[in-house]
Design a protein around this ligand. Structure first.
Ligand code: UD1
Length: 421
């Protein structure tokens, strides 16, 4: 298993290109199942989760061809299997995103239920409830969601909570349904807008995406389209936290600052100087961070996917920050590892109280999930001495060449690949 070895203390200075957003690319790849024509994509990040999705689509019969500059061509003209097996779904919950497209184009799907997940229970009941409202007959058999519907029918659906992949799955199901579907209490994330824009280019009739009420008028068929995946706001935010912790100045290119309001506000509160253009962000830091508390919320609130990274920044801050995690019940697994580096954090239920200290000390720590891993890297970059982050396969799920990007701005960070004898 690969590890990252970091010698902390270097300030970060230079330019980094932000990759396409993982959470936009995953549903977009699944949307290729909705048409027999080709979908041409740009800015698809090279990540483990993207590889898993391509394997999942390939075993259904979807052909894909990857260029070496983030381009990807997909064609689902010859789909031969309507099943998502457990072996692939268990490693990536987002596999559930094939359910809506398969059911609406082929009238049938068998998707393994995602297993337990490190950051909480994360059920898919709302996906199922929405599809049932559209007339699908759904049973759970041998660990699979088995869904059937001759043709889905438009329906008025209000999910019990705001769910990102739930909204995406139901939107993809509704585009080929008969009649109008209204999704109330819909998620408003930029990645949902990106998916809706691709679907509309394919001939779908979606309105209201970006708001909490999405209206979809079903069409009989969709056609091919090309699309560039939106920039990854979480990757960009992670690099800004890194420079906040180490000091220095970084310029992020190909970014989407318009999608990052809550993140940028919070980092400015922490003392970073941030300037933005349409597709760039310059972040600099020349002092110790200020403690800044926050509560995670659905977009446009502060994202749960940035909680761990901004917590890492707070471990070094002047003052005490109160952080409340509202989206997932078990998303503080980085706390114990940050504690091994000297961080002072108390947890009480969903609340974390972080008392900043002037310096962390390098240690061997273990990554437990994707964003937790990023927080440990940030801590290691700022810490005194050497840090080894183990189990970085979590990081590889969602960050493209993270260590190379950080090295290019002056970080002392190496990947150690375990050689198998
Ligand atoms: C997506 C993101 C993930 C992010 C999360 C919250 C992708 C691929 N992943 O995950 O990075 O952390 O949004 O912003 O885009 N819930 C239910 N029943 C359901 C669906 C959700 O109870 O059927 C609950 C979940 O357990 C959670 C909350 O709703 O507590 C929000 O989850 P959701 O928005 O669905 O997260 P994901 O779409 O899985």
């Amino acid at each position: 298993m690969d590890k990252l070895q970091i010698t902390g203390g270097n300030r970060l200075n230079g330019e980094i290109s932000v990759s396409g957003a993982k959470n936009a690319a995953l549903p977009i790849l699944c949307a290729s199942l909705l048409t027999a024509d080709s979908i041409a994509l740009e800015n698809v990040p090279d990540l483990k989760d993207i590889g898993t999705t391509l394997r999942l689509l390939a075993q259904m019969g979807v052909q894909s061809e990857r260029g070496n500059d983030g381009t990807l061509q997909l064609n689902a003209a010859n789909v031969s299997s309507l099943e998502a097996p457990y072996e692939l779904v268990k490693t990536m919950r987002a596999s559930i995103l094939v359910l809506g497209p398969l059911l609406s184009r082929f009238g049938e799907a068998r998707v393994s239920l995602p297993g337990g997940c490190a950051i909480g229970q994360r059920p898919v009941d709302q996906h199922i409830k929405g599809l049932e409202a559209m007339g699908a007959d759904i049973t759970i058999e041998h660990g699979f969601v088995v869904a059937k519907a001759k043709r889905l029918k438009g329906a008025s659906i209000r999910t019990d909570m705001v769910t990102v992949t739930g909204t995406e799955n139901l939107m993809m199901a509704a585009v080929l349904a008969e009649g109008r579907t209204t999704l109330e209490n819909a998620a408003r994330e930029p990645e949902i807008i990106d998916l809706a824009e691709l679907l509309n280019k394919m001939g779908a009739r979606i309105q209201g995406h970006g708001g909490d009420r999405i209206v979809i008028d079903g069409v009989d068929r969709l056609h091919g389209a090309s699309h560039r995946v939106v920039a990854d706001r979480i990757e960009a935010g992670t690099f800004l936290c890194a420079v906040g912790a180490t000091g220095g100045e970084i310029m992020l290119r190909q970014a989407a600052p318009a999608t990052m309001g809550a993140i940028i506000d919070k980092l400015q509160e922490a003392g970073l100087t941030i300037e933005c253009g349409e597709d760039w962000i310059r972040g600099s830091m020349n002092k110790r961070p200020k403690a800044t508390g926050f509560r995670t919320r659905e977009y446009p609130g502060f994202p749960t996917d940035m909680q761990a990274q901004v917590m890492a920044l707070n471990t070094l801050a002047d003052g005490t920050a109160v952080i409340v995690e509202n989206i997932f019940e078990n998303r503080y697994m980085h706390v114990q590892e940050l504690g091994r580096m000297g961080a002072q954090i108390d947890i009480d239920g969903h609340t974390a109280v972080v008392t900043g200290i002037p310096q962390l000390s390098g240690a061997t720590v273990m990554a437990t999930d994707l964003r937790a891993s990023a927080s440990l890297v940030i801590a290691g970059l700022a810490a005194y001495g050497d840090t080894v982050v183990e189990r970085i396969y979590h990081l590889d799920r969602g960050y493209e060449r993270m260590e190379e990007k950080l090295r290019s701005v002056g970080a002392n960070i190496q990947r150690i690949t375990r050689k198998i004898a």
